[in-house]
Write a protein that binds this ligand. Structure first.
Ligand code: NAD
Length: 434
């Protein structure tokens, strides 16, 4: 299996293909936002209301961990815009979390909830912690302490967190429990909870499933059937592995995958379910999955396939790797994975990009379903959840694609226009702005 390895690239950080973009997530989001604002010829004096977050909470989290030492982490909860409903967005635990990244992710949530048409605003949270270094008990302490520090700005009708990178249903359960100590049992305070604690059927898979709904809409337009589709996944975590498993159920073939520690390739196909089992049940490394060749993180970009799912972090696709990608479609499971230079490269090559604010909106949509179920203390069957998710995703695709086609724009541009118009309309109707 031929691949062009970059000379002397000994670690992923030395390989220009696998570094993160030089522009920050915040610059990328603001670039798209400014383009849409100017295109809509909206007044300049209110731009700042939507450019910057409404409220930023930054907290110190000192925690004594199992190594006997006190570690001090920095945590953030940033509420970008609440015109369309309570703030909504995940909480990320990652060593590279900083305030600008959380600002970017919070504003993306405002635009994403608007595109999906779910009645929420946008927020995001994060803690700058390296989870690989932690015992489970340490993770629990950090999750509870974070909730203690930010609970004053949260609430089931104010701001409702959810999982993101390195946080999951278990972390949500600890946070819900901590909030409940102060306010009484409040399942609607977080979404993405375990099924045993009023989580929703279908929520864990929802973001990946939503990506696949979007792929199906776009694939039909370019005459690509699932059974003839090959795909690669960057970031075989929650979003990436669910997208892969659901794609495989449709008959598509995964030819490459990666995580933070390595990448693999097999042109004859990598079994998505077996890879998931290998990692989560057997505790194996992705790079040691039998039946696939280990490749470098940079090589992943050069594996030819029809669809590439970035499902890791922001800034992974940029001018040093976009040109190498031999794909027909990019479905952005991750938030902000594509720099605007990479976007231009894709546009010039006619590669269809389903942008994050459309592609990964399945997570917050199902979070909305979970919140609705929690408020009613009533549970829907998984089939009902998935059917409703499909309806919302298909409508979001239609709304953005129609807008993009009408003005001969990319889907990302169409989606930003739809989102900003919806948020502006809500803001005007409320009387936030004239
Ligand atoms: P996760 O922690 O479950 O998975 C992240 C995966 O990315 C892991 O496999 C990790 O090893 C891998 N990864 C990290 N750094 C990498 C690198 N440099 N190269 C390759 N792989 C790398 O997180 P997740 O919840 O699946 O989130 C993934 C992305 O999807 C994030 O951008 C997140 O913001 C976005 N997202 C998640 C949800 C959700 O519901 N979980 C919803 C919308 C968007």
């Amino acid at each position: 299996m031929a691949s062009t390895k970059t000379a002397a690239a000994e670690s992923p950080l030395d390989d220009p293909r696998s570094r993160r973009a030089r522009v920050s997530d915040l610059e990328v989001v603001r670039h798209h936002f400014d383009w849409a604002w100017d295109h809509l010829a909206l007044p300049d004096d209110i731009r700042q209301v939507f450019w910057e977050p409404y409220r930023e909470v930054s907290v110190q989290i000192p925690v004594k961990l199992s190594d006997g030492k006190t570690h001090v982490y920095q945590g953030y909860r940033i509420q970008h815009n609440g015109a369309r409903g309570p703030y909504k967005g995940g909480i990320r635990f990652h060593q590279e979390v900083d305030i600008d990244e959380v600002r970017a992710l919070a504003s993306m949530m405002t635009w994403k909830t608007a595109v999906a048409g779910v009645p929420f605003g946008g927020a995001k949270g994060g803690v700058n912690v390296r989870v690989e270094d932690l015992q489970k008990s340490d993770l629990q302490k950090i999750a509870r302490s974070f909730m203690d520090k930010v609970e004053k700005v949260l609430g089931p009708t104010r701001d409702i967190p959810a999982p993101d990178v390195n946080t999951n249903a278990q972390v949500m359960a600890w946070m819900m429990d901590e909030y409940g100590k102060l306010h009484g049992h409040t399942p609607a305070i977080v979404t993405g909870k375990p099924i045993a604690l009023e989580g929703s059927y279908g929520r864990e898979a929802a973001t990946g499933r939503g990506c696949v709904f979007m792929y199906r809409e776009a694939a039909a337009k370019i005459g690509l059937s699932p059974s003839e589709t090959t795909f690669s996944v960057q970031g075989y975590g929650n979003v990436g592995s669910w997208a892969a498993r659901i794609m495989q159920d449709l008959g598509a073939k995964m030819v490459a995958a990666s995580d933070a520690w390595g990448a693999i390739r097999n042109d004859d196909g990598i079994d998505a379910n077996e890879l998931h089992r290998h990692i989560t049940v057997e505790g194996g490394k992705l790079s040691e999955f039998p039946g696939a060749e280990a490749i470098s993180a940079g090589d992943l970009f050069e594996v030819p396939c029809d669809v590439f799912f970035p499902a890791a972090l922001g800034g992974m696709i940029h001018e040093d790797n976009a040109d190498l990608m031999k794909v027909k479609m990019v479905v952005e499971g991750a938030n902000n994975p594509t720099s605007f230079k990479a976007d231009e490269i894709f546009e010039s090559k006619g590669i269809v990009v389903i942008p994050d604010l459309m592609a990964n909106a399945g997570g917050v949509t199902c979070s909305y379903f979970e919140w609705v179920q929690n408020l009613q203390h009533f549970r829907w069957e998984e089939r009902e959840v998935n059917d409703k998710l499909g309806k919302v995703m298909r409508k979001a695709y239609r709304d953005c694609a129609e807008r993009a086609e009408a003005e001969k724009l990319s889907l990302r541009k169409g989606a930003f226009l739809v989102a900003i118009e919806r948020v502006i309309e809500a803001s005007r109707t409320r009387g936030y702005i004239e």
